[in-house]
Design a protein around this ligand. Structure first.
Ligand code: FES
Length: 128
């Protein structure tokens, strides 16, 4: 069996939603101290829905595939659903990752959560 699924290879070679949203409503950046990989997520949120999402990932192929899949999983979804995104869901949607690469999908979950927390902080600040 190949080490990486077709889906991982596809999202690594043709990552979806790469880039920056200059006027993002929420931005989250996370990193893994051990491997040094960094992931940044940008969210545009309209009426409580993820209207747009983009990412920049400086990291391994699994991190790029995980970020790409995470953006696909939350795009068009309500914030509440995006908040519930787990690394398990990302890895499953990629048809699995090798055990020692599971932390790459954790990074994707954390990046989405960090961007959503940034969004919620901004909303709170605006309403104060
Ligand atoms: Fe660290 Fe992939 S090796 S995120």
């Amino acid at each position: 069996m190949a080490l990486y699924s077709e889906k991982v290879m596809d999202h690594f070679r043709n990552p979806r939603n790469v880039g920056v949203i200059p006027d993002a409503d929420g931005v989250g950046q996370v990193g893994n101290a051990k491997c040094g990989d960094i992931m940044k997520m940008y969210l545009k949120i309209t009426d409580g829905v993820i209207a747009d999402v983009k990412f920049e990932t400086f990291g391994c192929g699994s991190a790029i595939a995980s970020s790409s899949m995470a953006t696909e999983l939350i795009k068009g979804k309500p914030v509440s659903e995006a908040l519930a995104l787990t690394n398990k869901a990302v890895a499953e949607a990629l048809d699995g990752l090798p055990d020692y690469k599971l932390h790459c999908s954790v990074l994707a979950e954390q990046a989405v959560r960090a961007a959503l927390e940034d969004y919620e902080t901004r909303v709170r600040e605006k309403t104060q």
